[in-house]
Design a protein around this ligand. Sequence first.
Ligand code: C2E
Ligand code: MG
Ligand code: MG
Length: 429
Amino acid sequence: MGPLDDELTGLRSRRAFMPLLGRQVVTASEQRVAMALVLVDVNGFAQVNGVHGYGIGDEVLRHVAGVLRSVARPQDYIARIGDDRFALVLTRMMNRGHVELAVQKLQRLLEPVFQASAVRLNVPVTIGIAMCPAHATHADHLLRRAEAALLRARRGGETVGFAPDAEADLDISDVWDLEMQLGGAIERGEMSLHYQPKIALANGRVVGVEALMRWNSLARGAVPPGVFIPVAERIGTIRKLTIWALNTALRQAGQWASPGGPTEVSVNIPSMLASQPDLPELVENALKLWAGEHVQLVLEITEGSLMDAGRAFPVLKQVRDMGVRVSIDDFGTGYSCLAYFRNIPADELKIDRSFVASLLDDPASADIARLIVDLAHRFGLTVVAEGVEDEGTLERLKDLGCDVAQGYYFSRPVPAGDFVDWLGMRTAA
Ligand code: C2E
Ligand code: MG
Ligand code: MG
């Protein structure tokens, strides 16, 4: 325990927390990834102390701290920032849904009655959430927005409150503009797919490609997928974009797929579509249109899409029965429970870039990668490492038994024409 830690819980103290929040806000905007600040406040804590004594009060606080520890992933941070107030910083969040999953887990763990010495207690909490950059891009503002969200939730008798979207810090008209322009982007020919090869580690062969969406807006220039995909998900345009991507990827890959060359093309499917009962139909329509002999379609779905296994599993099973492969993307970043592996309707698992990037420097990442490889193989899944940028990492992945690699080391995602050129050069060499 360091000098800045909270003695009672071993968590960071408020003093240590503010500089940390400041750094995380900067990292989030530099890396263009979202981050969430989740405040957890114990309801009626003064009464617990008053009725049961301070000893029991302390146990309650340690209990909440323990629950927060089990929700936090290695890249997250926890602090006790007030008597009965805790802060959880969730870094590298894909979107709001991702945050909601973490909060649901927190609520689930706090639900059961807690046994403090001889006393059985409910530990009700109120939670306030604000996200960076959506709600604020400065640590002080972010904290204020989360505190305001908590207060509003408590006044309204709710247990969880999100800071309202697109207020003071965000230019509302700009968001509307983006939404409007996204609507007609396909028709204006602004969307395209870039392709990145996937290489088998055993023999260096190009086994497939991943299709990644690009938006080159006439009005605003290139907009990164990390910005427009979440907007498209929120306003529903993602469905149309996904159908377009399925058709475009099958059409273009049909031109280069050959028995000796890459045969697979992977398309990313957003989580909201992964459990839609009509996903098999959308896929079948595209397959019928572009029935190429050599193209094997792979659907990449994120780990979070499987949370609702009851809905997602039957849909994905149907897709697989059509001969389409299913790949679990960004694996290791979600909150999945291992139990679902037993019946998982998938063929491939992609280790998230964050573990691959720190493979050589961070023993914990290497351990996680090894666990993922072993786990996946045990259940008959192929393992792909994403974000491989150098030879050292590649060699390490071979040692770990990883099957396939993808990353800048081989090629950045490039337009279809450039990919065909790259492929030609590689086969000639
Ligand atoms: P993803 O599916 O995990 O895609 C991999 C991302 O890692 C891509 O970012 C790719 O350019 C990047 N990448 C690949 N190799 C390296 C490397 O060696 N180093 C580093 N630093 N990065 C590497 P991109 O294209 O910006 O896409 C970001 C995310 O946006 C994707 O993550 C995916 O979740 C989403 N996305 C992209 N295209 C689509 C799409 O067509 N549909 C849907 N639903 N989502 C998409
Ligand atoms: Mg992907
Ligand atoms: Mg990925």
